[in-house]
Ligand binder design. Structure first.
Ligand code: NAP
Length: 247
């Protein structure tokens, strides 16, 4: 149990990649706070699954885009488990459209959840991690934040912003022994990519050197590595998990 006695908060853990990350960290021995916004049933289901395996998990509803709500999420982890060792900023949404058609609201919503949500949770968690003189923050960005994508000017801006924020915080928090890294997935099979047309998917697969879309486990494994002993000396990095799509 390489994460024994560690406490992890995973935002957006009711679904997709976040769900898999929460599961993997709990399996590693961490007590996990499963954050969700709307999908209460799915969050409850994950909690029950982890409890049935004898693992520690609690759920907490929060919209990470709201500063005071993010504070409540981090405080919940402290009240329940007494500390916070790992924060995975995973909650994310898309609202794609070409700029001519994208509404201001779609721009603001995507920036608020993906980018400001990451800052909100990091700010509140960093306070406790600094006191503990230890912590790991892992931000889920996207390869879209590195190479861009038509129809995703809002999402690409948010994900690129996360990369800049990761590096700034890595430099700022290193003296408190807090590492901050980003993981940039490529195309991963989740609800977010479910809506893509089959022809699109086979087109995408042709451009992925490893020849397949990613699984949620592919991302969760890398996040788990960044939380463990092997990643002690890694900070300010962006690790692409994309089958070689971007290199
Ligand atoms: P997903 O299946 O749509 O899940 C998104 C999760 O975020 C859900 O648990 C959702 O909770 C939560 N969420 C959304 N808005 C929230 C908010 N305001 N506050 C708290 N939680 C919120 O998405 P996914 O594909 O797993 O993506 C997870 C992360 O990976 C995102 O940051 C995404 O941008 C990134 N990513 C995904 C891919 C991909 O191919 N799938 C590629 C690159 C990066 P509720 O359902 O409870 O609202």
């Amino acid at each position: 149990m390489y994460l024994k006695d560690k406490v992890a908060v995973v935002t957006g853990a009711s679904n997709g990649i976040g769900r898999e990350i929460a599961k993997r960290l709990a399996e590693g021995g961490a007590a996990v706070v499963i954050n969700y916004r709307k999908s209460k049933e799915k969050a409850e289901e994950l909690k029950a699954e982890l409890h049935s395996l004898g693992l520690q998990a609690e759920i907490f509803q929060t919209d990470v885009a709201v500063f005071s709500e993010a504070e409540k999420l981090i405080n919940f982890a402290i009240e329940k488990f007494g500390r916070i060792d790992i924060l995975v900023n995973n909650a994310g949404i898309t609202a794609d459209n070409l700029i001519m058609r994208m509404s201001e609201d779609d721009f603001d919503r995507v920036l608020n959840v993906n980018l400001k949500g990451t800052w909100n949770c990091s700010k509140h968690a960093a306070k406790y991690m600094a006191k503990q003189r230890a912590g790991r923050i892992i931000n889920i960005s996207s390869v879209v934040g590195i190479v861009g994508n038509p129809g995703q000017s809002n999402y690409a801006a948010a994900k690129a912003g996360i990369i800049g924020m990761t590096k700034a915080l890595a430099k700022e928090l290193a003296k408190r022994n807090i590492t901050v890294n980003a993981v940039a997935p490529g195309f991963i099979k989740t609800e977010m990519t479910e809506g893509l047309k089959a022809e699109w998917i086979s087109e995408i697969e042709k451009n992925i050197p490893l020849g397949r879309l990613g699984e949620t486990e592919d991302v969760a494994k890398v996040v788990a590595f960044l939380c463990g002993e092997g990643a002690e000396y890694i900070t300010g990095q962006v690790i692409n998990v994309d089958g070689g799509l971007v290199m």
